[in-house]
Design a binder for this molecule. Structure first.
Ligand code: 13P
Length: 266
């Protein structure tokens, strides 16, 4: 059965206060209440999760963690938050391997190996991981394809076929992310990459999980380009950055996904 389109908002280190976070969430709730074929997940800063879970209440909006520790349970790991703790706070998703955490110049430089541990910790805790992959630049010789292949294979090393049912992959080309993006990606670039990733998954896990894993697009998604990525690019959803902080824009993206979802299923 086709899974629903997933529209996720990665709030990154925003907004500056819990009061503003509540306001954005309430705005998103008001604009997405009637959607049936679209799943909405918000990834706020971790300190806001418990409060936002309460506000989301019985609505269909789910909350997720932007990152989890490689360590499970609890222990002497200053500053770390485990996947189990997030699950206990009623988060149900976790991003793993976002490019802003992989970036060595940002002082973190997370490796595929470390991300693999985070995915395993998230799965063991009952969270659905959203693995981010993406190249920093596209070279003429297509070496970036090998980089994506390594990211997918190494980050998913040792993951069972059964666990793949919970996996989500977000293709986020780094050159298309944020205010300093080199340019916007076009739907064909996403579609090609989706086929490429599905082929890697099919070779590794077989057709069945490969076919049902949702592949999201992320990188300057807006109400202007969302329809193209869904219809021509055949994206299974989005990981939205900046525009997820605007209830109006995020709500419009979700509505476009709902309408495109009806088109996809008809
Ligand atoms: P922007 O939508 O701001 O480009 O961010 C994308 C992103 O990094 C989502 O995880």
């Amino acid at each position: 059965m086709a899974k629903r389109t997933l529209i996720a908002g990665n709030w990154k280190m925003n907004p500056p206060s819990v009061r503003e976070a509540e306001k954005i969430l309430k705005g998103v709730m008001a604009r997405t209440a009637g959607l049936r074929k679209t799943e909405i997940v918000i990834f706020p800063p971790s300190v806001f999760i418990e409060r936002l879970v309460k506000i989301a209440g019985r609505s269909k909006i789910r909350l997720g963690a932007q990152d989890v520790s490689v360590q499970s349970g609890s222990g002497a790991f200053t500053g770390e938050v485990s996947a189990d703790m997030f699950y206990d706070s009623r988060a149900r998703y976790a991003i793993a391997g976002h490019s802003e955490r992989r970036n060595p110049s940002a002082g973190r430089g997370e490796s595929n190996h470390e991300i693999n541990f985070k995915i395993k910790a998230a799965l063991a805790a009952g969270l659905s991981p959203v693995l981010c992959v993406g190249e920093r630049e596209r070279d003429r010789d297509h070496a970036y394809l090998q980089l994506i292949k390594s990211q997918v294979e190494e980050c998913l090393k040792g993951i069972s076929k059964k666990s793949m049912e919970k996996m989500i992959i977000a293709y986020e080309p780094v050159w298309a992310i944020g205010r300093n993006a080199v340019r916007e990606a076009v739907p064909e670039e996403f579609q090609e990459m989706k086929i490429f990733i599905k082929k890697i998954l099919a070779d590794k896990f077989g057709i069945v999980p490969a076919d049902t894993v949702r592949i999201l697009y992320g990188g300057s998604v807006s109400p202007k380009n969302a329809e193209g990525f869904l219809r021509e690019g055949e994206a299974d959803g989005f990981l939205v950055g900046r525009d997820s902080l605007s209830p109006d824009k995020f709500g419009r993206i979700a509505k476009i996904a709902e309408d495109a979802g009806q088109w996809r299923l008809s």
